[in-house]
Design a protein around this ligand. Sequence first.
Ligand code: C5P
Length: 206
Amino acid sequence: MIVTIDGVAASGKSSVSSGVARALGVPYVSSGLLYRAAALLALEAGAALEDEAAVLVLLEGSGLRLEPLAEGNRVWAGGRELTPDLHSTRVDKGVSAVASLPGVRAWVDAQLRALPQPFVAEGRDMGTNVFPHAQAKFYLTASPRVRAERRARERPEDIPAIEAALTKRDEADRRQISPAVDALVIDTGPLDLQGVIEVILSALPE
Ligand code: C5P
């Protein structure tokens, strides 16, 4: 069984997916981390973020690998763990450009489809594009201000700056961020983390 949890930036997808995955006893898969890793590799190599051929060479040559666990995902480039470097402000800013490259999207999609199932998959297009036959699909939203307030606990910038950056990233990601027609859309604004997890668990098929 595959459960997909998509949504806008900082809508709580990772924490919710981790909680749902733990309740189900399966791993969760963070597709965003692979896009973030692609951006980091390009930034470190000094490659232009729009240079699809250069980014693909970096992806193929780096031994990039997602390790999906219920507690949290880790990303490796060969023996080097990239995970702690994937949530910096410069990766936040650069990731949408890399994620808009069709070749990069095809590369990430292939990595995700090759992972052993079952799992909970989270991202932007898990229910629409990568796993259209998933058994249960969810889409998380919240207002930009609510998301910025949550994200402010993890980033050095102030709330208005974070809100502006999130809105910009949603705009850059707009091609990937529409809910699947068969997804249950959940406004996480009025709910806490456990509340969202419970809504999802109670909506899962038997
Ligand atoms: O989920 P997260 O915010 O970490 O994703 C980082 C970025 O990766 C997004 O802003 C988007 O550009 C890209 N992404 C995507 N498709 C996905 C997951 C993430 O384009 N399925």
